[in-house]
Design a protein around this ligand. Structure first.
Ligand code: GRF
Length: 199
C-alpha cells in the first residue's frame, strides 16, 4: 500500500508513519509528501527521508480548481493508495475527494465530534477543551469528506485532562497518543481490521 501525505506544519505524525513503515510494522510505503507550506517541517522531513515532495498551494496555483487537480494528479502520479492528512490545514477539493473517496484519513487532536470544525486546529483545540471543563480529551482518526472534521470516526485514543494542565501540556499529552493512534489505525486498515467504504 502506497501512502501519500498532505501536511502543513511540523510533520511529526507523518514521521511516526514513515518510521513505522521503515521498521516494517506497517506493510506500506510512504510515496509522496504534499505541503501547502514550502517552509514546513514536513517538507524538511521528506528531504531527509529522500522522499518525493511537492509544494502545492494558492501560491503555486492561485485558482482553487487548478490546485485541486494538481493535488489529485500528484497523488495519482506517485500511485497513492491511501491519503493521510497529517496536520493539513486546508480543505480538499472535489477532484481529490472523488478520486480518493473513502481512502483519505485525517488525524485530529480531540475526541470528535467535540472540538472539531472550522477554526478548531492547533493550540485552539486544547484551549477550547480546557475552557469547557472537560476531564478527558484525546485524538481521533476519521475519514475525510468535504467538511472539516466531519467524516466517520475510525478510531480514538483518550487522555485525562489534569487540573493543572495548560493548553501546551495537554497538547503534548495528546500528541503522544496521536502518533500511536495514527500508526495503529493504519495498521488496522492495512490488515483489514478496519474496513474502509467501497469507492
Ligand atoms: C496534530 O495535532 C494533528 O492532530 C493536527 O495537526 C497537528 C499536526 O502536528 N491535525 P504534526 O505536524 O503532525 O506534528
Amino acid at each position: 500500500m502506497n501512502i501519500g501525505f498532505l501536511a502543513s506544519g511540523r510533520g511529526s505524525n507523518m514521521q511516526s508513519v514513515i518510521d513505522a513503515c521503515a521498521s516494517e510494522r506497517l506493510h506500506a510505503r510512504p510515496c509522496v509528501v504534499i505541503s501547502n507550506n514550502s517552509q514546513s517541517g514536513a517538507i524538511e522531513r521528506a528531504k531527509n527521508e529522500n522522499m518525493p515532495y511537492r509544494h502545492l498551494s494558492s501560491v503555486t496555483h492561485p485558482d482553487p480548481a487548478h490546485l485541486d487537480c494538481a493535488i489529485r494528479d500528484a497523488l495519482v502520479q506517485y500511485q497513492t493508495d491511501l491519503v493521510v492528512l497529517a496536520g493539513y490545514m486546508k480543505k480538499l477539493g472535489p477532484q481529490t475527494l472523488s478520486r480518493f473517496g473513502g481512502r483519505i484519513v485525517n488525524i485530529h487532536p480531540a475526541l470528535l465530534p467535540n472540538f472539531g470544525g472550522a477554526g478548531m486546529y492547533g493550540i485552539r483545540v486544547h484551549r477550547a477543551v480546557l475552557a469547557s471543563g472537560a476531564t478527558e480529551s484525546g485524538a481521533t482518526v476519521h475519514l475525510v469528506n468535504a467538511e472539516y472534521d466531519q467524516g466517520p470516526v475510525l478510531a480514538q485514543r483518550r487522555v485525562p485532562v489534569l487540573p493543572d494542565d495548560s493548553p501546551e501540556s495537554l497538547a503534548r499529552r495528546v500528541l503522544e497518543q496521536e502518533h500511536l493512534l495514527l500508526v495503529e489505525t493504519l495498521e488496522g486498515i492495512i490488515r483489514g481490521r478496519i474496513i474502509l467504504p467501497k469507492p
